[in-house]
Design a protein around this ligand. Structure first.
Ligand code: ATP
Ligand code: MG
Length: 359
């Protein structure tokens, strides 16, 4: 039998080594130009099959850890993706997350704010989309747009209808401070935050735009507005650099991921996610003697049942008692999510649906 925990420790070590060069947690004098978008670490194009194998290993480790995260129901993981257009956010999210249980994962894409969203503070729409305990949440763009596109285009800030006396030259420093505070608050409440800047070069973006124009199946991905945004490239790079310098912390680091080679981008993002989950050491909840006795009793009832379902009256009574326990105390949750496998998860998801809270 495979010793899963040992195997996981090995994969986690590999993942940490792969992601470490791109992790910014003590930014000091962080400079974007020290980070080459074409970087592929110690791998080259010929190593792609090996990279794909590593990614597949990482994916299976991720699936196992996600199951434990969900069963434990204490931590949550928030993954924030920011990038210029065509840097590969969508495909990185798709590849890294393929194979994990969709029930434990929520993806939100943040576009230009709606009228309702503009009527609130800028964290509001993101705060109400945060992952619940036990879940992985993915933000495809996020509150960081507030110090990127909003900083690059003065007209957007003007459209936010903030009281004029609050819009001073300190506004960006205040936003960095508030974002750091928000993320510190999240991490103190059990939400682990990891942020990814997919660092694509200007030349590579142009190549990808041209592909989108030339290949009919990719036409839908192209927007003339994206091409126009390129004219602000330097302003965006300045904004990204300052953002990373101001909001990278040991608890909530940025990863500056080289994005000119998509296979490498996926590998690094996958590795950082594995590293984040492995660092939590999540495992299935352990049941106590009382819960063990209940399982033994339930098994005896099921074993005593014949094909026609006799003893059904007794079974119904026992099941009812388990459900009553389960909704209230943590021990019940343990039993439901951790030890009753998919059936338990189904019930948890359903409960959230009934509350109207989910997805
Ligand atoms: P795709 O890869 O499909 O192009 P995308 O994330 O670029 O995905 P789009 O619909 O093309 O999605 O663009 C979303 C746009 O919304 C981006 O230009 C982004 O800058 C903008 N946006 C996001 N948040 C804000 C915000 N808070 N204020 C203003 N604009 C925002
Ligand atoms: Mg776009």
């Amino acid at each position: 039998m495979v010793d899963f925990r040992k195997e996981l420790r090995q994969i986690a070590r590999m993942a940490r080594d792969t992601a470490a060069p791109y992790r910014i947690d003590r930014p000091g004098k962080f400079r974007l130009r020290d980070h080459d978008p074409r970087d592929t670490g110690h791998l080259d194009a010929e190593d792609r099959p090996a990279a794909q194998e590593m990614l597949a290993l990482g994916r299976s480790a991720l699936a196992e850890m996600q199951d434990r995260l969900y069963a434990q129901n204490r931590w949550s993981l928030l993954l924030v993706f920011q990038a210029m257009d065509a840097a590969g956010k969508d495909s990185a999210i798709k590849h890294v997350m393929s194979g994990i249980n969709p029930q434990g994962c929520q993806v939100f894409a943040f576009k230009a704010p709606t009228v309702e969203e503009l009527d609130h503070d800028y964290l509001w729409r993101c705060a109400k989309s945060l992952p619940e305990r036990g879940r992985i949440g993915i933000f495809n763009r996020s509150y960081y747009e507030e110090v990127l596109v909003v900083k690059v285009h003065a007209a957007i800030l003007a459209g936010q209808r903030l009281p004029p006396q609050l819009v001073t030259k300190r506004i960006w420093a205040e936003r960095y401070e508030d974002i750091r505070g928000f993320e510190r608050y999240l991490s103190r409440n059990g939400t682990v935050v990891r942020k990814f800047f997919l660092n694509v070069s200007r030349e590579q973006q142009k190549r990808r735009f041209l592909e989108r124009i030339e290949e009919p199946d990719k036409n839908w991905k192209f927007s003339a507005a994206d091409a126009h945004e390129r004219s602000h490239w330097d302003a965006y790079m300045d904004a990204y650099e300052t953002m990373i310098r101001e909001t990278s912390t040991p608890q909530c680091p940025w990863y500056v991921v080289p994005a000119d080679n998509k296979w490498y981008t996926r590998l690094v993002v996958g590795a950082a996610v594995v590293d984040a989950l492995a660092s939590l050491g999540v495992d299935y909840p352990v049941i106590d003697a009382h819960q063990r006795a209940e399982l033994v009793e339930a098994k005896a009832i099921l074993d005593a049942e014949d094909e026609g379902g006799r003893h059904a009256g007794r079974r119904r009574k026992a099941t009812h008692r388990v459900d009553e326990d389960g909704t209230g105390d943590k021990a019940g949750k343990t039993r439901k999510a951790g030890k009753m496998g998919k059936a338990g998860k189904g019930r948890k998801a359903k409960r959230k649906d009934d509350d109207g809270k989910q997805d």
